[in-house]
Design a protein around this ligand. Structure first.
Ligand code: SF4
Length: 700
């Protein structure tokens, strides 16, 4: 169990980490007003990545923590599915009921009929991933985690060989910070902190590449506006210019890369005019971007997730990651390509996840294809039987999963039993048979590792939970008892699991982490910059990736892998606009929300105002649409009604809907994911959230 909070009267600040699905994983200082109440949340000044800066939504976390609509008691459904009619139930009765339904599903269809479904509503290693221990111990259907990182990670690993790069703090020591395909102002504010420091302290330039003039583009010295899904064409043209202008570092290329002469020859025809026709970016802008990169070798490429959420996303990520290998930027402090530090921590999560009892013959179901899975698609079910029982923790698939109309159909099935363990009555919770109240990160013990930095940070329990809220670990352990799952991890407390994980991973102890608040895991410079070679057998960066064997944790490949480019190239597999669907829509992140989290907090709602789609003024005129008009977007998957905002910071033919609003905020209850597709991206699956062809018209 978690420890009881005993607050020393003199100590009014608690130390924690932001648990949300954001690479920044900020180190936090939380004002503790009493044993149940928090005040302001601040970024830790003495953590040199967070550097005292956090986003506004987490700074006012008290709005969420003490929200009047927190779920406080277990509930069971008493009306039709989705009616919102629930009655209170005791914890014991609720857990007994869930266990009974799981055992019933197992008797009827086998253990794979039960599908534990979770994601990154908390990124804590114990409270997020402990659900895997239950699934492994019981051989429940597996969870192929595809919704977020797969295209980006596999594209980065295709060249570099692993998901790690230079110390992210080196951004402040760069002469050029390229922020590519991530709106850091909205989604990971610390990137801006370090980039702006480089500008102030050493006259660095900031270049941004994105699909609309968002906050990050506005702050950049050079904003490179591209059409969605065309980033690889830009990257190819930049490399063309670097070879053409003598800015390629041939000593580096010969020593550290696999096929530089083949690359140079391949790029001869990929000049700025070629790229401009694909990206919509003026030739002069592409030339200026290439000139900056060529002149400022000490360039840090901060490559984001956004541009990889496209059917050609992995190929785009790979192409962008090739640029610093052409210039040899990797050799310099403040140079190289960084996407995420996932592979530096090397934490042994055997006890947390029950990896020692994982049976790899159990089927793995694709998280992003939940709609197809729950509506009985044979291929999505991987040839197995139906899913008839689920427990959902830390995610809200009714809102955030692609192909929403199918997801809704699936959750409406009368023969599907669903338990949702949540902090709020989300749209997924509303479809549940049993709803269990969950703790927030401030109310349980957990540990976090950075994605955008190199720290492991402790997040201990700081306040008592309201009502009858319980943490994920306790719920999973209680359920395990009732369904006959055995594993030593169920009997351990979160603190014991953290301590054990740190010890076996040779990362110290819980006591040490508690004393120091965080642990810096940054590898040495030579390793982080691959100066002794990239992690391939020949030590060479791959301009020619082997997509079939890119090192990645996924259980199987998806999509047209054999058709992927063999050298960096624009791969024309995006959902191109056509006569019936003349626009391309991207569902970029809103500043006040984090996926569907914070859509309940008053300040975020007030700042975001209402669901809106940005459209170029000339497109709006052609469609007879005025600023603020109510419009309908549609495609073969669904329709969405929202308000138009005329904005010349998008390219013609492109629509941007900053999301994710709750479905209930739209007329007809159809959220923006009614328009997004769930067809899996090559090579390892994922959802193309920013790659949708649509039509738009004024609503009647
Ligand atoms: S920037 Fe990201 S990690 Fe930092 S507080 Fe905000 S959501 Fe959390």
């Amino acid at each position: 169990m978690n420890q009881t909070v005993r607050l020393p009267t003199a100590k009014r600040i608690g130390y924690s980490a932001c648990p949300h699905d954001c690479p920044s994983t900020c180190a936090l200082e939380v004002e503790l007003l009493d044993e149940r109440t928090i005040g302001r949340v601040r970024g830790s000044k003495d953590n040199d990545y967070t550097a005292g800066v956090i986003c506004a939504k987490v700074a006012r976390y008290a709005e969420r923590e003490h929200h009047a609509k927190r779920l406080l008691h277990p509930l069971r459904r008493v009306g039709p599915k989705g009616s919102g009619q629930f009655a209170p139930i005791s914890w014991d009765d609720a857990l007994d009921l869930v266990a009974e339904e799981f055992l019933k599903a197992e008797r009827r269809h086998g253990t794979e009929a039960v599908w534990p479904y979770f994601y990154a509503g908390t990124m804590g290693l114990v409270q997020r991933d402990g659900i895997n221990r239950l699934r492994h111990a019981k051989k429940y259907s597996g969870f192929h985690s595809t919704i977020c990182v797969n295209p980006a990670y596999s594209g980065f690993a295709a060249g570099v060989g692993r998901i790690a790069g230079p110390d992210p703090r080196e951004m402040a020591k760069s002469d050029l910070v390229v922020i590519w395909g991530t709106n850091a102002v909205n989604t990971q504010v610390n990137v801006m902190t370090h980039a702006i420091r480089a500008r102030k302290e050493r006259g660095a330039k900031i270049a941004a590449v994105d699909i609309y003039m968002n906050g990050t583009m506005e702050q950049a010295d050079l904003a490179v506006l591209v059409k969605p899904g065309t980033d690889a064409a830009l990257a190819c043209a930049v490399m063309h210019c670097l070879f053409r202008d003598g800015k390629a570092d041939w000593d580096y290329l010969d020593k550290y890369t696999d096929a530089p002469r083949e690359l140079e020859a391949h790029l001869k025809t990929r000049d700025p005019a070629w790229a401009s026709a694909i990206t919509g970016t003026p030739v002069d802008t592409i030339e200026e971007f290439a000139r900056l990169i060529g002149e400022r070798k000490r360039a840090f490429f901060r490559l984001g997730y956004g541009f990889a959420r496209s059917r050609n996303g992995a190929a785009s990520m790979h192409a962008a990651s090739c640029i610093p290998a052409v210039t040899g930027a990797w050799t310099l402090e403040g140079g190289g390509a960084f996407h995420n530090n996932a592979e530096i921590f090397k934490l042994d999560k055997t006890l947390i996840e029950g990896l020692d009892v994982h049976d790899r013959s159990v089927r793995m179901l694709d998280q992003s294809r939940i709609g197809a899975i729950l509506t009985g698609d044979r291929e999505a079910l991987r040839g197995g039987g139906p899913v008839t029982a689920m427990i959902v923790q830390n995610t809200n698939p009714m809102s955030v999963a692609p192909d929403q109309n199918k997801v809704k159909q699936g959750f409406a099935r009368d023969d599907l039993f669903v338990c949702v363990h949540e902090q709020f009555m989300t749209e997924t919770a509303k479809m549940a048979d049993v709803v269990l109240p969950a703790t927030t990160f401030l109310e349980h013990d957990d540990v976090y590792r950075g994605g955008g930095h190199q720290y492991i940070i402790l997040g201990p329990k700081l306040v008592e939970p309201p009502g009858e809220c319980r943490d994920n670990h306790t719920v999973i352990a209680e359920l395990a008892k009732r369904v006959g799952a055995s594993h030593p991890g169920f009997a351990m407390s979160p603190r014991e699991l953290i301590d054990q994980m740190l010890r076996v991973s040779k990362r110290g102890t819980l006591a040490e982490l508690e004393a120091n608040r965080w642990l810096d895991c940054q590898p040495a410079f030579r390793q982080a910059h691959y100066l002794d070679g990239f992690p391939w057998a020949d030590g060479k960066f791959r301009f020619k990736p082997q997509w079939e064997t890119v090192p990645f944790r996924s259980p199987y490949q998806s999509g047209p892998v054999a058709a992927m480019p063999r050298l960096p190239d624009y791969w024309a597999v995006v959902e191109e606009a056509d006569a019936a669907h003349p626009f391309r829509l991207a569902t970029s992140p809103a500043r006040g929300f984090l996926n569907s989290t914070f859509t309940e907090t008053p300040t975020s709602l007030a700042n975001e105002k209402r669901p809106t789609v940005m459209i170029h003024p000339e497109d709006a005129v052609e469609q007879g649409i005025g600023d603020g008009d109510y419009v309908v977007l549609g495609n073969t998957r669904g329709q969405v009604r929202l308000h138009a905002k005329l904005f010349d910071g998008v390219r013609r033919g492109v629509l941007i809907a900053e999301s994710i609003w709750p479905n209930a905020a739209y007329a007809d209850g159809c959220g923006v994911n009614s328009l997004t597709g769930a067809d899996p991206i090559a090579p390892y699956g994922g959802a193309a959230f920013h790659d949708n062809k649509v039509w738009v018209r004024k609503a009647e």
